[in-house]
Design a protein around this ligand. Sequence first.
Ligand code: ADP
Ligand code: MG
Length: 340
Amino acid sequence: MPRIQQLTPAVVSQIAAGEVIERPSSVLKELLENSIDAGSTRIDIELEQGGTERLCVFDNGCGIFADDLPLAFSSHATSKLTHADDLFKIGTLGFRGEALASIGGVARVLLQSRPPECDHGAEIRCEGGELGTIRPWNGAVGTRIEVKHLFFNTPVRKKFLRAIPTELGHIIDTVIRLAMAYPTLHLTLKHNGKLIHEIPATMGLTERIGMFFGGDVRESLREIRSNPGGMVDLWGYIADPSCDRGNAKLQYLYVNGRWIRDRSLSHAIQEGYRNLIMVGRYPIAFLFLDIPPDQVDVNVHPTKAEVRFRDSGALFSLIRQTIAKTLLGSNAIPALTVPA
Ligand code: ADP
Ligand code: MG
């Protein structure tokens, strides 16, 4: 009979990292969320080899004090949450204090930062969970994080990485999801020295949709908004039924600025288009829900891509009805009654 043993901290950190860091795009998601939480207005991303060799994020946010740099890499250390009660009114994208610890456990990371109130910045390295010393750094206000050689110390997980174009595709998806939720953010993305995306702060949401998904999608967008005064505010854009697709990839759903996946709410979108599109076809929708933080639990999934709602039935109806009403008011031609 095997005896029970305490796992070593190194194993614990690799298990924890496995929950959040699956591939370069998961690293990028965590870094971008930190930059947003830091109040950045500009974020520049540089990658090499789909982010597997090098992934670097620069921001102009609030920075980290030199003395706090080691804590940034320690697990369950965060500046975003203090009390247990705070868990039920989360207003930031991060709160678990796990991301940098996880990334530092499975890559070679250099963190450099300077808060606006400091004349000088500082830097620290964390490589495979080994923390270096704090050193002076002479950089601009904000934070710069460089993540190299992802999974260098976990060869089995490295083998799960896909070809560079696939990893780059996931990276671009991550950037698009964020760029749509924060349309006043200036974002740039470089891959192997080449500029792939430059998204200026002046480019609004519909322009961003046009840039990412094409002019025809943009042309067919209709604004959607729930009645004011409700506890939940639903707004965004939906496309004409005639602009339908063979999959649900162009359905984007955000809750309080966070991109999420939710089967029931995706079904509500589909139901809103009922009788307007054929079975097996999917509408295009970019929907944003602003919900009081105590009505949604974001602490159910390590990557926070799935959330739990207090009253998901009410949200289902809100989405279905608001879409149906918008389409009705916009003389959309029911596609199923038009002869093929
Ligand atoms: P969390 O975001 O859940 O707090 P992280 O591990 O992602 O946990 O980050 C740990 C802490 O490091 C954050 O709480 C924040 O104080 C600090 N931090 C990380 N990235 C940045 C950044 N880009 N700008 C300012 N502070 C940052
Ligand atoms: Mg974070």
